[in-house]
Design a protein around this ligand. Structure first.
Ligand code: COA
Length: 162
């Protein structure tokens, strides 16, 4: 039976083609996916929450099956609040595994009813991250192959002034 709802959490600072690939594949498994932008105490973002939301909105071409939201606090609490059971995460390389395994295990211990579904990132995107994209853009390199056009435009605007 197809589950109706999944949560795809992350910093999305900014959203990349890698995230959109996981989202598209997630929508083949779930009727609706909530993109949940998380406040991460360890990461100081380049974009505000509103900007991140806006850039995701512009990048999903008005897909009604995607809900964009943000949350503060524990992921398990957010998942409970929206009545979901599954969380989607992308795995890029072995280096992601340990961190993801730890998070999924903590989350499952805190809430045994919640489960995390991992998808291997497509070969075209396994090497990108929001940090590296921001670094390329900061030095005026091309990010066309890594991020959707609205994100590329916004990165250009930000780094033109610096
Ligand atoms: N393709 C390309 N890049 C991808 C990707 C994909 N499919 N998936 C993730 N990334 C990149 C991101 O761009 C990001 O890059 P960056 O580190 O350079 O910014 C990196 O991988 C990891 O980011 P993200 O997926 O956004 O995860 P995160 O580590 O920032 O946040 C949360 C993960 C939000 C799920 C986690 O911190 C969380 O649940 N926070 C709430 C508090 C909580 O409940 N913690 C758990 C208990 S301790």
């Amino acid at each position: 039976m197809k589950e109706t709802l999944a949560v795809y959490p992350g910093s999305f600072d900014p959203v990349t083609f890698g995230h959109l690939d996981i989202l598209t594949r997630g929508l083949e498994l779930f009727d609706k996916v909530i993109i949940a932008i998380a406040y991460n105490i360890e990461k100081q973002g380049l974009f505000t929450f509103e900007e991140r939301k806006d850039l995701i909105q512009q990048s999903i071409n008005g897909n009604n099956n995607v809900i964009i939201d943000s949350f503060d606090g524990l992921l398990i609490d957010y998942v409970k609040k929206v009545n979901a059971r599954f969380v989607i995460r992308g795995l890029r390389a072995m280096s992601d595994f340990e961190y993801e395994f730890q998070m999924a295990s903590i989350n499952r211990t805190l809430n045994p009813e919640m489960d995390t579904l991992f998808m291997m990132t497509s070969k075209d995107y396994f090497f990108i991250s929001s940090r590296t994209i921001k670094e390329v853009a900061a030095f005026h390199g091309s990010v066309t192959n890594f991020v959707p056009p609205p994100v590329e435009r916004r990165l250009k605007e930000i780094f033109e002034k610096r």
